[in-house]
Write a protein that binds this ligand. Structure first.
Ligand SMILES: Nc1ncnc2c1ncn2[C@@H]1O[C@H](COP(=O)(O)OP(=O)(O)OP(=O)(O)O)[C@@H](O)[C@H]1O
Length: 237
């Protein structure tokens, strides 16, 4: 049986008096590509933040690579191998592409930069450009490349396609697919572009009110108009 990398059991979390995650359960195995979808405000970002330790959990358990994450600060979780690319794109606008990548090297040598440039040739072309001069798609590539340089065992992506034009979204997804095939790193991706993310993912969960209400293969959900209508209120082509 494939190894479970990440497991959430009965996770409850929220902000002040508000409960956002209400008994969330998830399992991510090696090689998985899990799309987490759902209407606005159902708790998708909060789920990623809870995994990363940026939102405290009030009940339940999160285990990663066989270890209970309770009480571990976000940087300790990153050290254990959880790579997180937040919606805000985690780059330094005042640094060049190369400087941004170097900041993600941790203890690795600069030779590792070649891996990032091989996967994202566009970043190689822009290596001397400032972070703020990049297009939205290039910024997204840079934040993912930087996260990968930390050699994560799991990658969490929060709305990587947000604000990008259709052609750029297609290019980014093509690079993500290549990255997944080459590295095998399991990915959890939150996305509003449901049709596109389902074409990339292997499995999908739909969240509503902070819990999983529907689970299927990504291909299965793409065909399941009833579930898409009910939980997302949308038509997928
Ligand atoms: N820092 C915060 N303080 C208080 N409430 C918050 C905070 N962050 C999020 N919330 C609330 O928690 C709920 C869940 O937010 P979350 O961002 O997890 O949803 P989401 O499913 O990712 O939504 P979206 O698709 O719009 O990004 C929302 O009602 C939101 O307003």
């Amino acid at each position: 049986m494939t190894q479970t990398m990440l497991q959430l059991e009965g996770v409850v979390a929220g902000y002040g008096p508000t409960t956002v995650l209400d008994g969330l359960a998830l399992q991510v195995r090696a090689g998985d590509r899990l799309a987490m979808v759902g209407r606005n405000g159902v708790g998708k970002t909060t789920a990623l933040r809870a995994i990363m330790g940026l939102v405290p959990i009030r009940a339940g358990r999160i285990t990663f690579d066989g270890r209970d994450l309770a009480g571990l600060a976000p940087h300790r979780r990153a050290d254990l191998g959880i790579g997180y690319v937040p919606q805000t794109r985690d780059i330094f606008p005042s640094l060049t592409v190369e400087e941004n990548l170097v900041s993600g090297l941790k203890r690795r040598s600069r030779a590792a930069l070649d891996e990032a440039y091989a996967l994202f040739p566009r970043l190689a072309e822009r290596r001397r450009n400032g972070g703020s001069q990049l297009s939205g798609g290039e910024q997204q590539m840079l934040s993912v490349a930087r996260a990968l340089l930390g050699q994560p065992k799991l990658l969490l992506l929060d709305e990587p396609l947000e604000g990008l034009a259709p052609l750029i979204r297609q290019e980014l997804l093509r690079v993500f697919r290549q990255m997944s095939e080459q590295t095998g790193i399991p990915v959890v991706v939150v996305e509003q572009q449901v049709d596109e993310v389902l074409a990339y993912a292997k499995r999908a969960v739909i969240l509503n009110h902070g819990t999983v209400v529907h689970e299927d293969s990504a291909a299965g959900l793409r065909q399941d108009q009833a579930a898409l209508d009910r939980w997302l209120g949308m038509a997928v082509h």
